[in-house]
Design a protein. Structure first.
Length: 342
């Protein structure tokens, strides 16, 4: 797996840069940085060969483009550890002439942020907070955005219905993460529209640990493969267990990649939901650095170019014509889904 090996090498290289940033002491004196960015990754998220590693790629681009900006990256072992880091930043005294941005790079931190920001702790002047994958329904004093996966996943469902798979299963990390739930809904609706069949749902955990349960996903595949011909996984690093199973037992069961093109990991991956979160974070952080502002609340869907359903070369002839024919319908279905507030 040359591509997988390259990704591992790239991750280790970038992780070395992260560690060097985390180990630096605060800069003081005449060379002090006037802008600072702190990025808090999801618990155990780095190394997922997907969403978190793409975020890392984006912030490393910012680090190289704007070397004058001081950057710190944290990969906590739990939400509680992440909360302690965020609260420390939130309550720390700050130089009014300095500007500091704290990036909560996961929807896992929304409840935590609400608990702190609705209490006595409020961001001081010069401090800005950016929360990923949130509509900020509680109107917290922060900036946020959401990438809706519904449209791209709808196309994935249409594709799955064109495979020999008779039944399909959506595997989610948990039942409380709305962005991934929207992905499951999109896949279900696309699959049902094409095949007329229902789709089942399974959850790996009740909390964020569902994203770091690759071994559990692998073990469950033995049971799931007896019933389902297609598994649509939206579970972060846990997806690796599903891809491993399809490599070891190829044929008969198909699946989908998530966040990046995962097709090199298994011949049974008929397409990938691609999230260009690296491009998006570069746009947001660049604007904050150069202008001191960021876009208001935004939802980015299939039409934005930040997310897509990509069919690999091995399946282009079989699936791509229909995927492209249904693209406009997928965009419309996504808009309807957003309008209904599901």
């Amino acid at each position: 797996m040359k591509a997988a090996g390259y990704n591992i090498y790239l991750y280790l290289l970038l992780l070395a840069c992260v560690c060097s940033s985390c180990d630096r002491e605060d800069v003081t004196g005449p060379e002090a940085k006037q802008q600072q960015i702190v990025v808090l990754f999801s618990p155990g998220g780095l190394g997922d060969m997907g969403y978190n590693d793409q975020i890392l790629r984006g912030v490393q681009t910012i680090k190289k483009t704007y070397p004058q900006v001081e950057m710190f990256f944290h990969s906590p072992r739990s939400v509680e550890e992440g909360e302690a880091l965020f609260e420390s930043w939130l309550t720390a005294a700050t130089d009014r002439e300095a500007a500091s941005l704290f990036v909560l790079a996961s929807s896992d931190y929304e409840a935590m942020a609400a608990g702190l920001l609705q209490g006595s702790a409020q961001p001081a002047p010069g401090k800005t907070i950016l929360l990923f994958e949130s509509d900020n329904a509680q109107q917290l004093p922060l900036q946020s955005f959401r990438i809706t996966m519904y449209g791209a996943s709808w196309l994935a469902g249409v594709t799955a219905a064109m495979t020999p798979a008779g039944n399909a299963l959506v595997v989610l990390a948990n039942a409380v993460d709305l962005p991934t739930r929207h992905a499951g809904d999109g896949f279900r609706d696309g699959f049902t529209a094409r095949s007329g069949k229902e789709v089942a749902f399974e959850y790996l955990a009740e909390d964020w640990t569902g994203y770091v349960s690759a071994d559990k996903a692998y073990r469950n595949m033995e049971t799931w493969a007896e019933t389902y011909g297609f598994v649509f996984p939206v579970a972060g690093g846990s997806n690796a267990g599903i891809y491993r199973y399809t490599r070891e037992y190829p044929g008969g069961l198909y699946t989908a990649g998530m966040d990046i093109d995962q097709s090199p990991l298994s011949s049974q991956i008929v397409g990938s939901v691609i999230k260009h979160i690296d491009r998006l974070i570069v746009n947001y952080l660049s604007r904050w650095i150069t202008e001191g502002t960021m876009p208001g609340q935004q939802v980015y869907g299939l039409e934005s170019g930040y997310i897509d359903w990509q069919v690999p070369e091995a399946y282009l002839e079989a699936f791509l014509p229909e995927v492209e024919r249904m693209r406009t319908t997928a965009i419309q279905k996504e808009k309807e889904h957003e309008d209904t507030g599901k």
